[in-house]
Design a protein around this ligand. Structure first.
Ligand code: AMP
Length: 111
């Protein structure tokens, strides 16, 4: 389910342009518009939830998330990464559509 007033839903719906790095059945991965590391990606579930606290997933989709993270790591010049979820205003969340920050001091390999 997508929400009309959600910027990440608009990206998923191709109403707003984003630099897409990877896409599969359940997730879209985009470049963060204000990168805080040489690689700063956002892994965004294609269905809307405000945060991890209300994310309804399936075992298959949860496994695909881990697979997506491993795939991104394999695309780094020097595989090594951090992941972070800001869940809630007090944790610094600004966009209320669940997303996982994937950052690395390494750049993505050129394709
Ligand atoms: P958070 O504080 O966890 O909600 O982080 C939201 C992130 O989304 C920030 O790092 C923003 O730079 C990023 N962001 C916001 N709008 C866009 C956009 N249109 N395209 C890519 N990244 C965005």
């Amino acid at each position: 389910m997508l929400q009309n007033d959600c910027i990440f839903c608009k990206i998923i719906n191709q109403e707003i342009q984003a630099d897409i790095v990877l896409e599969n059945s359940d997730y879209i991965v985009i470049q963060d518009i204000h990168p805080k590391a040489p690689t700063h990606l956002l892994i965004i579930p294609k269905t809307h939830s405000d945060g991890l606290h209300d994310f309804n997933t399936t075992p298959a989709a949860a496994l695909l998330l881990l697979d997506t993270i491993k795939t991104l790591n394999s695309r780094l010049e020097n595989p090594s990464f951090k992941i972070q979820i800001n869940n809630g205003t007090a944790a610094g969340q600004e966009v209320f559509h669940l997303h996982i920050h994937f950052t690395s001091s390494s750049k993505l390999k050129s394709t």
